[in-house]
Ligand binder design. Structure first.
Ligand code: ATP
Length: 238
């Protein structure tokens, strides 16, 4: 893992009207890093991901990807630069088949890319036999896999996930978290995992950042945060 961060967030500030949702947030994510962004409801986690991907405007601050300033790129340019965002709930289109959903994720690329489709399906065996079925027939965990697979179709350098555990049973959540670790190990992808399930997310990530009222209230190696009683009690609820 290189020491130079692949994704560098410096003093990022963003507002919703008068509400300051991100207040001078600085986060470094190294290449092949798997990092958790944690915090309670309203801490600013979703705003962070939406600001990184150009879906929400930054008030001030800077975001660089591999040294290139991407702070004010519109969302469609952010994805071509290598940021893929899996929104809360996944955003799978249930009327379309599994394969159609995956192909949508590849529309950013110049041409249909059967090699990437085959590679992505290879990462998610449960989706292979369902590729011709409507996404509505998938379980919650399979839909989350499909949402991740669709993001991977853009061949991102950084995958940003917003609460993939939402609405999933604990066992399925564990499978999805394990899958993220495997994905990083197999593909060399860099992953930012936004979660309210702090214990689960810290169990699979290398490094964690805790947001509280739009500020980074704590950060450190995930194992250290897991054993830090003060941080766990004050911000993580376990
Ligand atoms: P959750 O886990 O509930 O999604 P979060 O940590 O992702 O919470 P954000 O959704 O980023 O937090 O919200 C950060 C702050 O911005 C909160 O105070 C929230 O009320 C406010 N906020 C978020 N979206 C809007 C909006 N569309 N309009 C006004 N305020 C908003």
């Amino acid at each position: 893992m290189s020491d130079t961060p692949l994704l560098k967030i410096e003093d990022l500030t963003a507002h919703h009207g008068a509400v300051c949702a991100l207040d001078s947030v600085s986060i470094d994510v190294p290449e092949r890093g798997l990092c958790a962004v944690l915090g309670a409801n309203g801490a600013g986690k979703s705003t962070l991901l939406r600001t990184l991907t150009g879906l929400h405007p930054a008030t001030s601050g800077r975001v660089t990807l591999d040294g290139e300033d991407i702070t004010r790129l519109p969302a469609e340019r952010a994805v071509t630069k290598g940021l893929a965002h899996v929104p809360e709930g996944g955003g799978v289109i249930v009327e379309l088949t599994v394969e159609e959903n995956l192909r949508l994720g590849g529309l950013w690329r110049a041409r249909h890319d059967p090699e990437t489709l085959a590679e992505v399906l290879d990462l998610f065996p449960p989706l292979v036999e369902r590729r011709g079925k409507p996404a509505a027939t998938l379980s919650g965990g399979e839909r989350q896999m499909l949402a991740i697979g669709r993001a991977l179709m853009a061949r991102p350098r950084v995958l940003l996930l917003d609460e993939p555990s939402l609405g999933l049973a604990p066992m399925v959540t564990e499978q999805i978290f394990t899958l993220l670790g495997d994905l990083r190990d197999r593909t060399g992808l860099t992953v930012v995992l936004v979660e309210q399930n702090a214990a689960g997310a810290l169990g699979v990530t290398d490094h964690g950042f805790v947001l509280n009222q739009g500020r980074v209230a704590a950060e450190g190696p995930s194992d250290d945060l897991l054993s830090d009683d003060r941080t766990r009690h004050a911000y993580l609820g376990f």
